[in-house]
Design a protein around this ligand. Structure first.
Ligand code: HEM
Length: 452
C-alpha cells in the first residue's frame, strides 16, 4: 500500500537540467547514461543518494538503487506500477506481446506461455541445446569472434524452442531485423523530441522494412504450422496455437500469435547472445577455471546429457557474468499514483528507473565489485547477502520467464565449447559494449580457440 501523503512532501535531490543544457548535451553525441551507464548511475548515487529526482529538461524521472523501494515496486506491490514508457516504444516492434502488456491481458499471456518453461520441458531441451553447441563448434578456426558465435547459438536455440526448426536460411534476415530494431527503439527512447514513428523518414522506413521482412518469415511459419496440425504442442508455437483455439472458440488471431512469438524471439536472443559472449571472454582469461568447468560437467553427465543442477560452478560463472555485464542494464516502471516514500514525493506519471549495472557493483552488497570472481556466488557466505541486489532477470511476477532457459543454454554452450577447446584472450581485444534497449556488443570480440 502507498503511504499516506503528509504535508508538503519534497522531491528527492538530483541534478537540475534546463532544456538548453539537455539539447547541448545531446548535440555532443550519446548522453553519459548510454556512454557509460555504470559511472553515470554510481555518480548520481555518490552525489545525491539512493533516490534521485530530475526532470532532465523533459519529464519526471526517479533513479533508484534503494532496495526497499525496488522490492516494493517489483515484488511487493507490482500492480501499483506500470511498465516504463520505454516499453511503449518497444511495442512498435513487439506489438502486444507478453513483455509489454499489463493487467488481465498479461496474466492470460503469462499463463499461456508458462507451461513451456516447466522444469521437465526445459531439462528435456538440454539435449537439443547440446546439439546446437556441438554443431556450432564443430569446425571453428583458431580465432573466433565469440559475439558472432554466441548470437548464432542463442538464435538457433530459441528458434528450435519456438518452432522446432533452426531457421538457418533466415538467420541473416532475422538477425538484421533484431539488430536494427534494438537500435531504432533505443534511439527513440533516448530522443526527448521525436518524429511520429509513421512519419516517412529514412530511418522509420528502414525500421518498417525490417519489421515487414521479419513478419513475412513469422507469418509463413504460422501458416505452415496451421496447415500441418500433427505438430500441435510439440513446441511453443504449437502450444500458443492450441491455447488460441481454446480461448477464442476455435479462431486463431494470427497477429496476436505473431506478437507473442516475436517477443520471445527478441527477448530471448540478443540478451543471451551478449551474456554468453561476455562469459566466454571472461573465462578465456583463466585456464584453470576452464579445467574445473570441464571436470564439473563431465562428472554430471547422466545418460548423454549434463545435469546442470550438479554444476554450481558453471551456474556461478554465468551469474557472475550477468552481475558484471547485465544485458538488462536498466529496468523501469511508471508511477500510477502519487505516493510518499521515506518522506519523498513520488509523482504519478513519473518514470522510475533502476540502474541494474550499478546495483550489481554497489560495494555495499559486493566485495571487490569490479572483479570477476564466480566463487562469490558459492558456499555459506555467498553474495549478495540481500537478495534484490542481484536481479539480472528482474524480480517479482514480471521476472523473466526465460531465466532458467537462458541459464541452461549458456551453461550448455560453455560446456559444449570447453569440451573441445581451450580458450585464451587475444592481446588487446576488449569488449565494446553499446547500451541500447538491452546491452549488446558493438564490434567483434576475438578469442583464441585451441583444440584439445
Ligand atoms: C541472459 C538472458 C536474459 C536476460 C538478461 C533477460 C532479462 C529479462 C528481464 C530483466 C526481464 C524483466 C523486464 C521487466 O521487469 O521490465 C525479462 C522479461 C522477459 N524475458 Fe528475459 N532475459 C533473458 C533471456 C530470455 C529468454 C531466453 C527468453 C525466452 C525464452 C526471455 C523472455 C522474456 C519474456 C517473455 C519476458 C517478459 C515476462 C513478463 O513480463 O511476464 N528472456 N527478461
Amino acid at each position: 500500500m502507498a503511504d499516506n501523503i503528509t504535508n508538503a512532501p519534497k522531491l528527492p535531490p538530483g541534478p537540475k537540467i534546463t532544456p538548453f543544457e539537455l539539447i547541448a548535451e545531446l548535440l555532443k553525441g550519446d548522453p553519459q547514461i548510454v556512454r557509460d551507464p555504470y559511472r553515470y548511475f554510481s555518480g548520481l548515487h555518490d552525489k545525491y543518494g539512493d533516490l534521485v529526482y530530475s526532470d532532465f529538461g523533459v519529464g519526471s524521472f526517479y533513479i533508484t538503487d534503494n532496495l526497499a523501494l525496488i522490492r516494493k515496486v517489483f515484488v511487493a506491490e507490482p500492480r501499483n506500477y506500470a511498465k516504463a514508457d520505454a516499453y511503449l516504444e518497444a511495442a512498435h516492434f513487439l506489438g502486444n506481446g507478453i513483455l509489454n502488456s499489463e493487467g488481465e491481458m498479461w496474466q492470460t499471456q503469462r499463463a499461456m506461455v508458462q507451461p513451456a518453461f516447466t522444469k521437465s520441458r526445459l531439462n528435456a531441451f538440454i539435449s537439443t541445446m547440446l546439439e546446437t553447441g556441438a554443431k556450432a563448434t564443430a569446425n571453428l578456426p583458431s580465432q573466433v569472434d565469440v559475439s558472432e558465435l554466441a548470437m548464432h547459438i542463442a538464435l538457433e536455440n530459441i528458434c528450435r524452442f519456438l518452432f522446432s526448426s533452426d531457421f538457418a536460411a533466415n538467420e541473416k534476415t532475422i538477425r538484421a531485423a533484431v539488430e536494427f530494431g534494438n537500435n531504432f527503439i533505443s534511439r527513440r527512447i533516448q530522443m526527448p523530441f521525436k518524429l511520429p514513428v509513421y512519419f516517412p523518414s529514412v530511418s522509420n522506413l528502414r525500421f518498417f522494412w525490417h519489421r515487414f521482412e521479419l513478419d513475412q518469415i513469422l507469418y509463413r511459419i504460422i501458416d505452415e504450422r496451421l496447415a500441418s496440425p500433427k505438430q500441435d504442442a510439440v513446441d511453443l508455437l504449437g502450444m500458443l496455437l492450441l491455447a488460441e483455439k481454446e480461448n477464442n472458440s476455435g479462431k486463431i488471431r494470427k497477429e496476436q500469435v505473431r506478437d507473442e512469438i516475436i517477443t520471445l524471439l527478441i527477448a530471448g536472443h540478443e540478451t543471451t547472445g551478449y551474456t554468453l559472449a561476455m562469459a566466454l571472454w571472461l573465462i578465456a582469461a583463466d585456464s584453470s577455471l576452464q579445467q574445473r568447468l570441464r571436470a564439473e560437467a563431465d562428472a554430471a553427465m547422466a545418460s548423454g546429457a549434463v545435469d546442470f543442477e550438479k554444476c554450481p560452478l558453471s551456474e556461478a560463472v554465468v551469474n557472475e557474468t550477468l552481475r558484471l555485464y547485465p544485458a538488462a542494464w536498466i529496468i523501469g516502471r511508471k508511477l500510477k499514483a502519487d505516493e510518499i516514500f521515506e518522506g519523498y514525493l513520488l509523482k504519478s506519471g513519473a518514470q522510475l528507473q533502476t540502474g541494474i549495472i550499478a546495483l550489481h557493483r554497489n560495494p555495499k552488497y559486493w566485495s571487490d565489485p569490479d572483479s570477476f570472481k564466480p566463487e562469490r556466488f558459492l558456499g555459506e557466505n555467498a553474495e549478495p547477502a540481500v537478495k534484490q541486489a542481484f536481479m539480472p532477470f528482474g524480480a517479482g511476477p514480471r521476472k523473466c520467464i526465460g531465466s532458467v532457459f537462458a541459464m541452461l543454454e549458456m551453461q550448455t554452450a560453455i560446456y559444449a565449447i570447453l569440451k573441445d577447446y581451450r580458450l585464451s584472450r587475444v592481446a588487446g581485444a576488449e569488449p565494446k559494449v553499446e547500451y541500447l534497449f538491452t546491452a549488446r556488443l558493438k564490434e567483434a570480440l576475438p578469442v583464441i580457440f585451441d583444440r584439445l
